[in-house]
Every structure is written in structure tokens, then in C-alpha cells.
Design a protein around this ligand. Sequence first.
Ligand code: PMP
Length: 524
Amino acid sequence: MSTATAEYELAEPLMLQWLTALGVDVEFVRGEGNTLYFVGPDGTEVPVLDYAGGYGSLILGHNHPAIVDAARDFFDAGTPVLAQAARQPAASRVAAALNSVLHREFGVTEPYFAVFANSGAESVEVALKHAEFDRVLKVKALAEEITGHLEAAGAAVASGTAVLPETTVAALGLPAGSGFDAVAAEVGGRLAASAARPSLFLALERGFHGKLVGSIQITHNPAFRTPFATMAPQARFVPLDRLDVLDEVIAAERATVPDVVVEGGAVAVVQREFPVFSAFVLEVIQGEGGIRVVDRAAAERIRAACDAVDCPIVVDEIQSGMGRTGAFFAGSLIGLVPDYVTLAKSLGGGVAKSAVTLVRGGRYRPEFELLHSSTFAKDAFSSALALRTVELLEADGGAVYRRAAELGDELIALFTSLREDFPDVVKDVRGKGLMLGLEFHDQTGSAAPSIAQAALTDTFGYAVAGYLFRVHRIRTFPTASATTTLRFEPSVLLTATEIARLDVALRALAAVLRAQDEHAFTAG
Ligand code: PMP
């Protein structure tokens, strides 16, 4: 850490050192559409073409005029931002607008209740907490039912209207001759033992759901997750290309508890399914895991496996949602009707921070509203901008969604042609609409030391991002957990000129990597 600078950096100094090493440590002073500007050494603004798109928060670009106008109108009207415990009409209208989109895209009519939050990870935590609360209430209801059955059976045995057969005693593994009290203690004990099990979440390998205490445990990347493993319940991870593992995990974890019934004058034991699984959490396009698309067949398989054990599905659309993939909800393109869906990133129109968790009516527990809250969630400002954002996305019969799909096709054509011309450099092209990934081949054997070194230290994508920024004034970054994949998430305002600039830059990059040209790669 350098103390020589006039200001001693206290806000993440290590991060700044790292940005400096890549040559991307500029301060952006202005943003408009897909362009960010920093002030160069000669005092003039230097434009940078932004394909990182606020990591997927800028479906409408930087400072979209209609969003900025909505912000101005909000303040011109003197609207209070923070007036909790009062009617929040803007938030209510956002919830209604999201419901109407969801109903249209998924062809369902059930209401989805909205719990607002401040960040993506927080909206995931809301889903995790709500799902666990729902499970705990299901356990409570089951326990009450079994307790009622025990009381009824005990009374029947005491009054002589029912007998306790030895087969029932044996079915519970109790010594022969045990009485009803022993049966009740055994059933109650097994119920208590099951209820004491920690909650269990299922998630996909390569999934990313945020970095808070709970959400980091369902985020697959071990580097992010394992240092904090003791802080929250662990998830079981399932590989997307081996969904048979899901059936195996469910079979291994599934549990029953004994219940008693009085049948034909005798007390019998029946096994009841115990609610073990809190939720299955997944992205329909894995963003930070390298832009990996979940297809319809996989979605159907996951839905069938989860339905069999009444496990709700949380679809994390924080990155894929809000129109980026050619539909408002990427999950609607594969028919995956969510029990929970999380939205954040672009929800604030690229200006405010906003997030929401939608919970399907049939699963919703209104009591949750009294247990979970945040000072800043559901504030009037972010809600007003979220409402304006949804209006803009929904305008003209979904023109934004169509544009995102068209632009995505153009970018995929560009990447595919790049791969055809540089098959030794470009490994794969993935994604949908404006959520795209370009994967590079392993470069650990490169003769250029900086390229090989970056590949060896798992920072190749960052080194490439540095090159694109310094030499071509294009901004993008690798996905967080798959650093040989560059992400492209521009706004729907993307122009033909901006696409052509990317083409030139990527072709130059591919040529540098092919030539293993140290000088060119470290230029700028
Ligand atoms: N879920 C997904 C799918 C994400 O892509 C992200 C952020 N990359 C998050 C959750 C976490 O969102 P935030 O950074 O706002 O906490």
C-alpha cells in the first residue's frame, strides 16, 4: 500500500492497487448510453465503450433520460424518500406491474407477493429466509397433527376402544411389551430430532447468488464460499449437466417421521414425509459462472424433482431478468414457473438501488412481513424509478425485449465469426440476448510471459479486460467465477458503430493472443 499519494486510500486499497496494475484505475466523470468518460492527462474527456453494463444493471444504459427525468420529477415534487410505515403507492404499483408481466409471460394467474430489498444478495436472503420460514411452519403444522394423533390414540388405548399391537411396537424399534407412553415418547423424539436438522438448500454448481452470509453458501465458487462455511447452513450442489445427481441428493436427504393412526380398533404406525428441503435456488442463465444457459429439458427435470418433495424453486433473475434475454423473465423462455423470483440490478433503472423478491401466492406467508424488514427497502425514490423502468421496458408492446434479442443475435454472429477465424483462441460463445459470454482457450502455454502468467494465476480475463481498456477503450470484465470467459452485457441502446468497434477490438485481441505478442498485450 502506497502512502506517497496525497490521499491515503482507505476504501478498499488492495482493490485499487489491482485496478492500477490493470491500467483501469480511472475515475469516470460522466456516463451516457453505453459510454463512460474519464478525464485524460490533457484535461479532455476520454470516451470508453462500456460492455460491462454495470455488470448487468444497465439494460437502459447510463443515465437514461427518462429515468433521470423521473428522478428530477420526484425531487421537484418534494416527495419524501424515507417515510416508513406508511402507504408506499409506488412500491405497490411496481409489484402490480411485475405481476402483470409475470402473468403474461408465464401464462399464470396466481398473485405473487413482493418483498422489497436493497441489493441482489439481500433479495436472495429474503427468498432463503421466507422459504425456510415456510418450511418451519410446515414442520410445526405436521408436529401439531402428529401430536393430535398421539393424543387421540393414547385416549383410545386408555379407554379400551383401541389396542396397541406388538407389530406397532416393533415397527418403532421398541422392546416387546412397551406401552403407549413409550410409543408416544419414541414418535415425539423422532419428530424433535428431524425438526432439529439444519435447513437444507439445493443449488446448481457454478451458480452465483450474492455474497451475504446466507447467499454466499449457495454461491458455488469455493473461494468465495468456504471461508464463511461455518456461518450458515450448507447447500448441496448439483451439476447442470448431471441432473441425475439431483435425484440422488434428494433420495439421500429425504426423510419421513412416524405418525400413529387408529385403524379397526388398533394403533398403527404410518410414515409421513418430513419437509427437509427449504428451496432449490438457481439462475436460468448463470452469469458469474461463465454465462451458462439452463435449457427447457433441464428446467422440466428440476421442476419434476422438486415437486415430488414439495421443494420450492427460487429463480434468481437478478442478472438475467429485466428484459436482457429477449423476455422480461429469462425463465419464461424455458417455461420455468418460479415459486420465488428475485430481481435487482436493472430494476433501479441504472440510477437507484432496488431489489425485490416475488413469492407465489400459494407459498406466501403473510406473517413474514412482521419478521423481516429493512430501513431502506421499499423507499419511495427507488420505487418511483423501478416503476418508470418497468414502464419503459413494457412500452410499445415489448420493443425493448425484441431489440435485446436482435442485438444479441448480432453479437452472437460477431463472436461466432471470431471463433471461426480464431478457433485456437476462442473456445466457446454462450448466452442469450444481451447476456453473452466469450470463452477463451487456456493460455498457460503462451510464449508471452504476461499472458501465460495471467492464465496461471486465474486472472486471464482481467488481463484481457486491461488490454481492451488500455488499447481499445472498451470496458468489459470476466465473469466472477469463470475468469476465462468475458462477459458482454451492454444496454439495448447499442448501436451498429458500437458493435463494429467491438469487432475490431476483439479481432485485434485474438491476433495478439495467437501471435503470443507480449509487447502488444501489455501496451497502453
Ligand atoms: N444473483 C445473481 C444472479 C447475480 O448475478 C448477482 C450479482 N452479480 C447477485 C445475485 C448479487 O447481487 P448484488 O451484487 O446486488 O448483491
